[in-house]
Ligand binder design. Structure first.
Ligand SMILES: Cc1ncc(COP(=O)(O)O)c(C=O)c1O
Length: 435
């Protein structure tokens, strides 16, 4: 009999971690005041609170303009349209990301082209991106993943050489800075998500920031049913839709931005302690430090599991049962994901001007596949919102599972349960989680 909770022992931790999302009494009062104002919607556009928040958020990230939108996926679609992506244009995306990054390219009429990620950051690899460029390539979407940034200096240089638009997917890095430049302010446009699990949330919501007035005007028109932007200097007209947010979301997001610096500092402090502790455990390695990060943002704390005895999925299942919420298959390489059902008959841009349609069956990105299926362990950010004691519990639980790997190895791979299922399959089984 082993000590491991998954094998019948007592879990290392039974107390829950910090709740998420976090809110204050001010949030409740502000929601009440929006309620009483009877001014709830996104129209007239931009409505007062959404407009104020978007400007504040853009300023905080060092961009000139910001526009609130319905969610992070549509933020990417709008940014691609505003950057001029047309039907059949190729857009390079990292293989290791949420499916929405690539789906947005399809929704905008583009063709996603997958490139592998860097093994130390799990973000778009510059040389893989370079190799993916063809005469049809018009844009790249680097994703700043989990707790790291893509190598933006090198990617911007590559984009300049090939005249590509750069849209930063910043769904994970609100408030993060790369060499003192805010997330989303380095490329042409930056896109954020405020979905429930994100480090700023209004339940749902999104944001596009940019310092290019031509793009900002287009973004506003697309979000507001095609109406002219506030400044309308470029006089571009488009078919738009209603992607506005409500004043309830905007007021919640103002509170979230106020809380962000203190919560981010707590996560960063606890993450540093956790990295020191994990580095002492054999076969466990934190991601290497990234000196370019001048302000860290942590959406998930990610570390690498490299032990031969037991699969990563089973390790994660055992750690979860020790009372440490965690995941391994947080993302799959999108081209292998059950959420990426892409057929050229449904997305005819994959056939446009080609003898053979673009198919994704043959794509192989080894670093993404290793990260997704063998190596990465994802801890949701709210685990880092507490005290040092919480971090010590996490480290102790990891050490305990590692110490008992032999017993775990004898127990059978089926114990991995939901941790060996894709995110597409899990909601049928695992309902309560919001991360
Ligand atoms: C990297 C990434 N891009 C895009 C999105 C899409 O955001 P949303 O869920 O708000 O549409 C998400 C989040 O779900 C994400 O994690």
């Amino acid at each position: 009999m082993s000590d491991l909770a998954i094998l019948g022992g007592a879990p290392e931790r039974t107390r829950p971690f910090s709740p998420w999302p976090q809110y204050t009494a001010d949030d409740a009062a502000r929601l009440q005041s929006v309620l009483e104002s009877r001014n709830w919607g996104g129209y007239p556009f931009p409505n007062q609170l959404a407009g104020e928040f978007a400007q504040e958020f853009a300023n905080y990230h060092g961009a000139k303009y910001g526009c609130c939108v319905a969610n992070g996926t549509i933020a990417l679609v709008i940014a691609l349209q505003a950057a001029g992506i047309k039907f059949g244009d190729e857009v390079i995306v990292p293989a290791y990301t949420w499916d929405g990054t690539a789906a947005a390219v399809l929704f905008a009429g583009g063709v996603p082209v997958f490139a592998d990620v860097d093994p130390d950051t799990y973000c778009l690899d510059v040389e893989c991106a370079r190799r993916a460029i063809t005469p049809r390539t018009r844009a790249m979407i680097p994703v700043h993943l989990a707790m790291r940034f893509a190598d933006m200096d090198a990617l911007m240089k590559l984009a300049e050489e090939h005249k590509l638009a750069v849209i930063e997917d910043c769904a994970h890095v609100h408030g993060g800075e790369y060499k003192h430049r805010g997330a989303g302010s380095i490329g042409d446009l930056g896109c954020f998500s405020f979905q429930s699990s994100k480090i700023m949330t209004a339940g749902e919501g999104g944001m596009v920031i940019t310092s290019r007035l031509d793009c900002f005007e287009l973004v506003q028109s697309i979000v507001n049913c095609g109406r002219a932007s506030v400044t309308d200097q470029f006089k571009k007209r488009v078919v738009g839709s209603n992607y506005r947010i409500t004043e309830f979301q905007a007021v919640i997001l103002q509170g979230q931005l106020e809380q962000l610096p203190a919560l981010a500092a707590r996560r960063v402090r606890n993450a540093a302690l956790l990295s020191r502790r994990l580095a002492q455990i054999e076969g466990i390695s934190p991601l290497p430090a990234q000196p370019a990060l001048t302000r860290e943002a942590i959406y998930n704390y990610v570390f690498r599991y490299r032990r031969p005895e037991v699969s990563r999925d089973l390790f994660v299942a055992a750690l979860d049962r020790e009372g440490i919420p965690c995941d391994g298959r947080f993302y799959e390489p999108v081209y292998r994901s059950d959420l990426f059902h892409v057929h050229p008959d449904d997305f005819p841009q994959l056939k446009l001007g080609r003898a053979e349609p673009v198919l994704y069956d043959g794509v192989h990105c080894p670093v993404s596949e290793r990260a997704a299926y063998e190596e990465s362990v994802w801890l949701p950010q709210f685990l880092l919102l507490g005290e040092e004691e919480d971090v010590e519990d996490i480290a102790r639980a990891v050490a305990k599972v590692v110490k008992n790997l032999k017993a775990l190895a004898g127990a059978g791979p089926e114990l991995a349960g939901v941790k060996s299922l894709s995110r597409a399959e899990r909601p049928r089984i695992e309902k309560a989680r919001n991360y």
